[in-house]
Design a protein around this ligand. Structure first.
Ligand SMILES: Nc1ncnc2c1ncn2[C@@H]1O[C@H](COP(=O)(O)OP(=O)(O)OP(=O)(O)O)[C@@H](O)[C@H]1O
Ligand SMILES: [Mg+2]
Length: 349
């Protein structure tokens, strides 16, 4: 019995406390009403009774407002607690009473945003771990190979003229691969940490592409692949960072040569009114549809064995993508297995 009384009293005080923010308004209202009534009611005792009744009515009203406000606050607190303790997995589980529907939508949006942010951070963390695993793996492979050749040579093969030069050449090739990998890693980390300084200016694209193609000619000739540059209007000037673009184009043309068995690699420019598109097209292995969206990821190689055999680590296109995007452009690719691939990007005129 005492318990019920105490609980009721507790409830009443909580409700009144919860409505106390409206107290000044009620006092003001009651005072105005009392003053107005005193003009009409001259009998003091009747006036006193009316005022007492008004105060009681106000208290009852305050009590109900407080009770409503308390329920709403409890409801909001409950939802926030459920979110905080991960009891809510889906935004549709966030449900508040009808008159709080506006707030319900705001909480839902906040929940979705936080959920998205957390998922993004988790994805970054996964990428970071994968990246470290890939780097360690890619470093270990050439180091183990070099170690193997040196040990074999030290164990006597150094005096075997049939293999010694060959082993030294192989070890040397692996040190070159290692060096390339480290350079690519430095590039990637510079680009991603925003330290890559760009230096944009207008340059003659025809001269520029001719030079790059000439430099890569020996690589194509070694594979008996025709490397063709289709000249463009000699007055065409494009806007970009020549050094960075060279790195991107060398990678694209080297890829085209590396991943082509027979046929040709063509480099050409499509001249449009406001921009020009630079295209590197090959008649090589091509890339399957399911791999196309992934080839720009760091360390992604379609055919690991083939790519490793030609000295690839899968960082090239990730760097190309960054460089082209730093030009406010986008690298595009279309490819068909056994027919060939075409990589292209636009540059401003
Ligand atoms: N022109 C192409 N034709 C067919 N496959 C290609 C072509 N260009 C790229 N690829 C595929 O995309 C993968 C990623 O290319 P990317 O240039 O990033 O790496 P890589 O050439 O293997 O190594 P590197 O870091 O030395 O450039 C390659 O391993 C290859 O499987
Ligand atoms: Mg490459």
């Amino acid at each position: 019995m005492l318990g019920i009384v105490l609980r009721t009293l507790n409830n009443i005080t909580s409700n009144l406390i919860s409505a106390r923010i409206f107290l000044p308004e009620f006092i003001l209202l009651d005072t105005i009403v009392a003053i107005s009534l005193s003009v009409f009611i001259s009998d003091k005792s009747s006036l006193f009774t009316v005022i007492i009744l008004i105060i009681i009515a106000s208290l009852v009203l305050i009590y109900f407002i407080g009770s409503k406000r308390r329920k709403e606050l409890e409801e909001i607190k409950g939802i926030i607690n459920s979110i905080r303790t991960n009891k809510i997995a889906d935004p549709n589980e966030i449900r508040l009473s009808k008159n709080l529907s506006g707030l319900q939508e705001v909480i839902k949006k906040m929940f979705e945003k936080t959920k998205g942010d957390i998922e993004y951070l988790q994805r970054l963390e996964r990428i970071r771990t994968e990246f470290l695993a890939n780097v360690s793996h890619e470093l270990r492979t050439p180091i183990f190979a070099i170690q193997g050749y040196i040990e074999t040579l030290l164990n006597g093969a150094i005096n075997d003229n049939n293999v010694n030069i060959n082993f030294l050449e192989k070890a040397n090739n692996h040190t070159l691969n290692l060096n390339n990998l480290l350079n690519d890693l430095i590039d990637i980390s510079m680009i991603e940490s925003g330290e890559m300084k760009m230096s944009f200016r207008y340059f003659n694209i025809n001269e520029y592409l001719k030079g790059i193609v000439q430099d890569l000619m020996p690589m194509a000739e070694e594979k008996n692949i025709k490397l063709i540059y289709h000249q463009v209007n000699d007055r065409l000037q494009l806007f970009g960072d020549k050094n960075k673009l060279r790195q991107a184009l060398v990678n694209l043309i080297q890829n085209a040569i590396k991943y082509t068995e027979t046929g040709q690699v063509e480099v050409f420019v499509e001249d449009e009114p406001k921009y020009a598109r630079i295209i590197v097209k090959d008649s090589g292995f091509g890339i399957a549809e399911e791999d196309l969206s992934r080839i720009f990821e760091r360390f992604y190689r379609v055919d690991k064995a083939r790519s490793r055999a030609v000295g690839g680590t899968g960082l090239g296109l990730a760097i190309v993508k960054h460089i082209i995007e730093a030009h406010g452009s986008r690298i595009e690719v279309s490819s068909k297995v056994d027919i060939g691939s075409e990589f292209s990007f636009k540059l401003k005129k």
